[in-house]
Write a protein that binds this ligand. Structure first.
Ligand code: N01
Length: 541
């Protein structure tokens, strides 16, 4: 067992925790890494539902920090499925010998900043307490799976599953009648696969979602080569894009084009697959009129794909702009509703009244199920942090400080919680970007910051309240300059009853945000307050 004192506690061994561990170990910091799961991989460890797949291309959804790693790893598909991404995480852990420093099946339950010592006291569910100078939350943005409190839930005699916490041994649905609640990215990926296997699937939809075809396929040698031969330049380019991913992006306004030109552009995006269509015009997420042309294009596609006109209309998203809830990327989702063994229920028309012993009752019908799958999402961005009892100065709890919504400076730190860092925290681009790019940027920034403190005998740092207030204001202003706040999305906390409606991620773009963070450092860590290590100051006097 390693020592109870260390320089840095890292909470989580997903892609953020793994890379941070690798960097800090190389610089001689002592660490303790706690991971609630039984292995590395974070979100890809838990989200094992059938059909789980990344909707960022594999060549881009991977680490860039090691040239050897990015050259030696071979992806099998254009968009990788969960098992392959988990295998990649495992490969990284082995290749850099990281597992020996990670304590698995160990959840952090509390982290308290002790002002007497200027250290974090971190407690685990195994009853251990560790003292650390720094605590880094590498806990992920969408890790706290959310099952709504339906009446009668405990009465159900069949099996229940949540997509975000799927059994590791898999589930055999052959011959089973399943109810699926939720049609976000997870539901939209799982439903086509479940329908292939189960006797019958009934989908309960609250809000129809815009979804674009992935056009997934095997990775070709030629395509992989085109990346590997140019990785250095392409990674640099990736970092400067708004989404942290290179894709087609037309720098023209949709207002300057004719209806025919727009349809040609949308058709091209639809055929190429992934989120390409959303990059058709620079004002897609800024102008309602432009956005509506793309939204209607997608609705028309659904009307063409789905044979039953009533079902097609139920599936066609309306009432909010396309792209303002996280765009879904699917493989045969709308086609699935042409199957004889799949039904769609609009729960706005016929609300779910209760779960029963044998299934579920809406205001109109009772359904019998062998299993219910909750694809009902997550308490995003703050939920995982709030599960831990985090206390800063004066014993103030993070949950209380953020009661009206998260407040951070740059999404990296929050005032009154010295030496506590968040990787891809609220107020940073995080979930609006390719997470790999945002994770690497935050890990590099935090690592450089720790080195700065070590080199300058600084003991603690925290954001200045005014800098934090200004950043929160900026995040808000930028969000409200876009169409994003028009949707009741999890970005806004709208999926959790009682959660404050604040647009949580920073919509200014990964590249622009990176430049702001670099500028803050170049300007002497503008907006951060540092305090020296008293013993080293005394020794110097
Ligand atoms: O969750 P969601 P998710 N009664 O919140 C419905 C990432 N991800 O797990 O829209 C009935 O999007 C809810 O309805 P509504 C990605 O960032 C990535 O699907 O709130 N229904 C919605 O339909 C994604 O955005 C990949 O009205 C209820 C659904 O459940 C994020 O994870 C793959 C309900 C939840 O959708 C979350 O996606 C999968 C209730 N009480 C996920 N409560 C990649 O490809 C909720 N719903 C990388």
């Amino acid at each position: 067992m390693s020592s109870q004192n260390c320089d840095v506690v890292i909470v989580g061994a997903g892609f953020a925790g793994l890379y941070l561990l690798h960097r800090l170990r190389g610089l001689g910091y002592s660490t303790r890494v706690f991971e609630a799961g039984g292995d590395v991989g974070g979100t890809w460890y838990w989200n094992r539902y059938p059909g789980a797949r990344c909707d960022v291309e594999s060549m881009q959804y991977s680490y860039s920090f090691s040239e050897e790693l990015q050259q030696e790893w071979n992806w099998g598909e254009r968009f990788s499925a969960q098992p392959e991404i988990l295998e990649y995480a495992g490969h990284v852990a082995d290749r850099f010998d990281l597992r020996r420093s990670i304590e698995f099946e160990t959840a952090v339950t509390a982290a308290h900043f002790l002002e007497a010592t200027n250290r974090w006291q971190v407690t685990t569910n195994k009853g251990e307490t560790v003292s650390a100078q720094f605590c880094v939350m590498a806990t992920g943005c969408i890790s706290a799976a959310q099952t709504p409190e339906f009446d009668g839930l405990s009465d159900f005699k069949g099996a229940t599953y949540h997509t975000g916490n799927w059994p590791h041994e898999g589930v055999d649905f052959t011959g089973k009648r399943i109810g699926v609640i939720g049609t976000g990215s997870s539901g939209i990926q799982a439903i086509p696969v479940l329908a292939e296997e189960a006797a019958h699937v009934t989908v309960f939809q609250r809000t129809p979602n815009y979804s674009l075809p992935a056009r997934n396929g095997p990775m070709t040698e030629e395509y992989a080569r085109s990346w590997k031969d140019n990785y250095a330049a392409l990674r640099e380019q990736q970092r400067q894009t708004p989404k942290g991913a290179i894709g087609e992006f037309n720098d023209i306004s949709g207002l300057e084009t004719s209806a025919e030109e727009r349809d040609t552009a949308y058709e091209s995006g639809w055929v190429k697959g992934g989120a390409t269509l959303l990059g058709s015009y620079k004002d897609m997420l800024l102008d309602n009129a432009v956005n509506e042309t793309a939204a209607e294009f997608v609705r028309d596609k659904i009307r063409t794909i789905v044979h039953d006109a009533d079902v097609a209309e139920m599936l066609a998203a309306k009432g909010y702009p396309i792209g303002t809830k996280r765009i879904c990327i699917d493989s045969g989702y709308f086609e699935t509703f042409n199957r004889d063994n799949v039904d769609l229920v609009d729960i706005n028309q016929t609300p779910i009244e209760r779960i029963t012993a044998t299934g579920l009752a809406t205001s109109e019908t009772t359904f019998d199920f062998d299993a219910i799958v909750f694809a009902t999402g997550f308490d995003a961005m703050t939920g995982t942090l709030f599960k831990i009892d985090i206390q800063g100065r004066n014993g103030a709890a993070l949950r209380d400080k953020w009661r009206d919504g998260p407040r951070t400076y740059l999404g990296l730190m929050t005032e009154s919680f010295p030496n506590l860092f968040m990787i891809t925290g609220p107020g940073s681009p995080s979930v609006l970007t390719n997470m790999m790019v945002s994770i690497e940027q935050h890990v590099d920034w935090i690592t450089e910051c720790l080195l700065h403190m070590r080199d300058n005998q600084l003991e603690i740092m925290e954001p200045v309240l005014q800098a934090q207030d200004d950043w929160v204001e900026h995040v808000n202003v930028v969000a409200h300059g876009t169409l994003f706040p028009q949707a009741a999305s999890w970005y806004m906390g709208a999926n959790i009853p009682g959660k404050p409606r604040i647009f949580m991620p920073y919509v200014g773009g990964a590249g622009a945000y990176r430049n702001i963070c670099d500028d803050v450092v170049a300007d002497g860590y503008r907006g951060f307050d540092f305090q020296p290590n008293p013993s080293q100051v005394a020794a110097a006097e």
